[in-house]
Structures are given as C-alpha cells and as structure tokens.
Design a protein around this ligand. Sequence first.
Ligand SMILES: Nc1ncnc2c1ncn2[C@@H]1O[C@H](COP(=O)(O)OP(=O)(O)O)[C@@H](O)[C@H]1O
Ligand SMILES: [Mg+2]
Length: 358
Amino acid sequence: MSSVTLDHVHKQFGTAKGVEDVHIHIESGEFFTFLGPSGCGKTTTLRMIAGFYYPSQGSIRFDQQDVTSVPPHKRNTGMVFQNYALFPHMTVFENIAFGLQVRKMGKEETRERVEKMMKRVRLEGYGERRIDQLSGGQQQRVALARALVIEPQILLLDEPLSNLDAKLREETRFEIKRLQLELGITTIYVTHDQAEAMSMSDRIMVMKNGEVQQVGTPYEIYHAPVNRFVASFIGETNLWEGTVVAVDGEEVRVQLAAGQMLTGMRKHASPRANLTTGSKVVMSIRPESVEERTAAEGENTVSGTVQLAEFTGACVNYVTTVGSEQLRSMSINLGRPIKQRGATIHWHIPKESIYFAE
Ligand SMILES: Nc1ncnc2c1ncn2[C@@H]1O[C@H](COP(=O)(O)OP(=O)(O)O)[C@@H](O)[C@H]1O
Ligand SMILES: [Mg+2]
C-alpha cells in the first residue's frame, strides 16, 4: 500500500486543457474518489497516476518515490478500465493470469494466485469460460480480479459500474468496498455518480472543467460545499439568493427578493462567501432540513403554495413556491395528511441548516 501525491499536476493536450493544477495527497489505504461531470478531467488524472499519460507540468509520487516518468508496467498499479478492456477470445483464467505471465511468474504460483482471486470475487469454477459467455456483472468481476491479482500497491477504477444496471450497480458498490476494506489497498475511484461517491469514499475530489473544486469527506462536501456547483452536484439542494442586511455577532440576516427575512450563522459559510452588509449571497438549503409548521410564526418561517406533492411511501416531497423562490422539501412520512397542489404550507428553515455558498 502506498500514498499518492500529485504535486501541481497539469495536463495539456495540444491546445486543449485536460486538467489544471491538481494538488492532492491521498493517504495509504484511503478510498479516494474523483467526482464530476463528463469531460471534467477524471480519466486524464487517473491515467497520469497509472502512467498512461505523463503530466505536462508537476510531479507524481507514490510514498516518497517520484514516478512522474516511470512507465505503467513499472508502477505496480492495478487498473479497471471503464469498458473493462478484457480479452474476449481468452478464458476467465487467462484474462486474470495475464498480468502475472507478463511478470514471468511460474505456472504453479500463477494458478494458485488466480484461483485465490477468483474465489475472492466469487468467480470460482468460471476459469474455463470465455469472456463473451459471461454476464456484465461477471465481466466486471473478472476485470477487478485481473487488476488485483498482481497485488498492486494502488487500485485504480475508472467508472467500473457504469455498464451495469441500477440494481447490480448498487450490489457491486458494496462488493468493491468490501474487497477494498479486506485488502486495505489504496483505491482511487472515478465516477460521475454522486451517490456512488458519497457511499463509498473516505474522501472525494470534486472536479469541473479540469479544475479541482473541493476535496473533503462526503460529510464535509455535503454540508459545506464551497460553491454553487458543488452544492448542486452533490445531492439535491435549494439555492436561494438574497442580500445581507445585517450582521449581528454570529448571526447573518438576509433578505430575499420578495422581502422575507432569513437568519443564518456566520460559521456555516464557504470561505469564499461575502457576508458583509449589502452584499449578495447564495444560500444552500437542503430539502431534508426544512420542517413543516402549522402556522407562519417565529423566526425563519416562510409560507408558500404547494406546486407538487409527491408521496414515495417512506417520504413526502413537496415543491413549494415561496415568494419568488422555489423550495424543494423532503420529509419522512409520519402519517400526516398530505397537502395538495394549491394549498398553503408553512416552513421553518433552521438557522443551522442554511449554508452560505460562494
Ligand atoms: N487523448 C486526448 N486528446 C485530446 N484531448 C483529450 C484526450 N483525453 C482527454 N481529453 C480532453 O480532456 C478533457 C478531460 O477529459 P477526461 O479526463 O476524459 O474527462 P472525464 O473522464 O472526466 O470524462 C476533455 O475536454 C477531453 O476532451
Ligand atoms: Mg472518463
């Protein structure tokens, strides 16, 4: 197992930008995820760690060793590619054994290692099958076994679940996490799916247009997004704009366009938010944090009109018009009657649940 450091890494493809100034330290044994929309530079960054691309600027270290210009086969990383890149004409056994044969391992040891790995990923007895005789989920496990059989220091996974259907994706998510915990291997995982990133990772790096937006634990990124992009990419949120009208000790009073006043806490703010009197701010309010009230009384209470009521069994979700804003809410179903479209509804927005984004 080793740590991975990217020291101000840039990658330029001719005149096109791949990634810009990625500066991160991934701990040994950590499950670290690159998250962002398509084209934001996740694969490019992963490929530089594997050695398939070399940075245009900056350096990469595994523990203390500089690997910036070390070729892929000398890095001891195991990689699962987005389309798996299995050899279709070869058997499961031959696919998994491939990396060991390249490393000139003896026949007996190869057999032992491959069989042990097939057991680990629950492919026991499938050794003689051809790849095209396997389901998508089984192919995914062959790709994982092939990456792990060489006992890499670092496991690199590029959208490994994107070819699977929703149910299998969820199962495989736990499977990968289980393997990673058992092996204690440093794992770098690429995905555009925030639910995957949130549920599996120790830390997440959120990217956009080749640039790092934020690095943090799922909890930090969810509760303290640095900007609008991160706030809306991770989970669902309401982004309301307002003007700071007063700052009173720890409290910040904000007026919305339609006149309502909300109070938030100064400590719940991105370092980039400007909380001086007169400035415009964006507030991120998570749907699960607002509470239904029977009357519009007290601080931070707003009234609105129900546009949409959605009953999912476990939850009741409303879309409410509040002045010139829209509020999405999500509450656990406690058996209360559900308000219908057009009804008036009162909401309390707790001070602690308002987060001032950029
Ligand atoms: N080999 C390449 N040649 C030219 N441009 C590339 C190449 N690989 C990636 N890019 C560009 O770099 C950017 C990041 O791509 P990529 O890392 O594949 O994104 P992601 O994996 O997040 O979808 C994109 O704009 C993409 O077009
Ligand atoms: Mg990609």
